[in-house]
Design a protein around this ligand. Structure first.
Ligand code: PLP
Length: 406
């Protein structure tokens, strides 16, 4: 007998088909494929021996507590370490402004659940982080996108959308941005634009969600203050910051944190109570050790040198295999893990993906990073995970694949 499960699914989920990137992963099982698709940090910079030492220390001193339930807002020792970590970035928060999450993705999920009813509007960049689109999509909002520019979000475009919505009696619930080395483009928002975005937030009373997984991974140029810190300096409380240990420490721990206004964090804590209760104490303890006992500055500076070299090599390879006459262009990130390739608009990268698999190379088709009105001729390329040799070989294969399609 075939039971009709579909009719029982919630309206929000009924027609939801999962994370598109997740669907492409099954094509990458072939070990001969060089994948530039994932957002994986390199295991070469993982602090493996320090991890083992910290792990042993916590297991030896605290195994009863590690094996037990723990505090929903997060381990007090980790929260303390986060407060100190953020001070270095000119952010001043207290315990009640922090919720430890079980990864950045969890932080996004909680944010969507807290703010969005179905048909609420989310203002975001085109393209933007696919995981945020997926997390927010659970609440069935309407995404309103504005094409990102070389120096970050098109803040004038954001304003135009806000005014157009105002005319029909609507207002975005929040603006979502990844200002530092955005996933997928690698683009960084200028200081001027961060200020203007805040002006918009104050004037039109729209909060900003600032997602910052890559902020410490800057390979070139000067650090730009986070929107959260500028807001604090201007006396506001309009920004919620989302952070994760995934890219700077390791994704395996699945630990992150959200920061913001005390009442917002309290509500977020109630949501966490209902969805996962607590983040594993062991994982939090290792993140505390990462911030406090694993020589943070030297680790980050090693990571920066390592990724900078990879990015350089990758950019040089792109120049060799995609000369100007191909019409192919790409972003030149100052940090992060990705860059964004734009192909002639006759090429649909959703289709090209399957051709590329035949050439044993993979990327993420650009269409996956649009909340609406998906563009088809881009791809996201990751340069952090593969070796230099693999990166070069991957681009060689990709260039051949593209040439054969044109
Ligand atoms: C912009 C952005 N936000 C959040 C996340 C999620 O991070 P996590 O791996 O901790 O879930 C990512 C991961 O790629 C990301 O790029």
């Amino acid at each position: 007998m075939n039971y009709n499960w579909y009719s029982r699914y919630s309206d929000n989920i009924k027609d939801y088909e999962g994370y598109p990137i997740g669907k492409t992963l099954k094509y990458l099982a072939d070990p001969e494929i060089i994948s530039l698709a994932g957002g994986l940090p390199s295991p070469e910079i993982f602090q493996k021996s320090e991890f083992k030492i910290a792990s042993e220390k916590y297991l030896n001193s605290n195994i009863d507590k590690i094996m037990q339930y723990s505090a929903i807002p997060g381990e007090p020792s980790l929260i303390e370490a986060i407060i100190n970590y953020l001070k270095r970035d000119n952010i001043n928060v207290n315990t009640e402004n922090i919720l430890v999450t079980t990864s950045g993705q969890h932080g996004l999920d909680i944010t969507g659940r807290l703010f969005l009813n179905s048909d609420d509007i989310v203002l975001l960049d085109r393209p933007t982080f696919a995981g945020a689109i997926v997390a927010f999509q659970m609440q069935k909002p309407i995404f309103v996108g504005v094409d990102i520019q070389e120096d970050g979000s098109d803040v004038n475009g954001f304003k135009e959308k806000i005014l157009a919505l105002q005319k029909i009696g609507q207002k975005p619930k929040f603006m979502y941005v990844v200002p530092d080395f955005q996933n997928p483009t690698g683009i960084t928002m200028s200081l001027e634009k961060r200020e203007v975005l805040l002006d918009l937030s104050y004037k039109y009373d729209i909060p900003i969600i600032e997602d910052s997984p890559y902020r410490d991974l800057r390979y070139y140029g000067e650090t730009i203050p986070s929107i959260f810190s500028i807001d604090q300096k201007r006396g506001g409380e309009n920004v919620i910051g989302l952070y994760t240990f995934s890219k700077i420490f390791c994704p395996g721990m699945r630990v992150g944190f959200n920061i913001g206004n005390k009442e917002v964090i309290e509500k977020m804590t109630y949501i966490k109570e209902g969805n996962i209760l607590n983040t594993p104490k062991y994982n939090q303890d290792l993140c505390t050790a990462f911030l406090e006992d694993m020589n943070y500055d030297s680790h980050i500076s090693k990571s920066i040198s390592y990724y900078r070299e990879k990015l350089n090599g990758f950019l040089n390879t792109l120049k060799v295999y995609f000369p100007e006459d191909t019409g192919i262009t790409w972003t030149k990130p100052e940090g992060g893990l990705f860059l964004w390739l734009t192909l002639p608009d006759t090429i649909d990268t959703d289709k090209l993906f399957f051709e590329a698999i035949k050439y044993k190379v993979a990327f993420v088709p650009g269409s996956q990073f649009f909340g609406e009105n998906h563009a088809r001729n881009n791809m996201r390329l990751n340069f952090s995970f593969c070796s230099q040799e693999e990166l070069t070989e991957a681009i060689k294969r990709l260039a051949k694949c593209i040439k054969d399609q044109i």
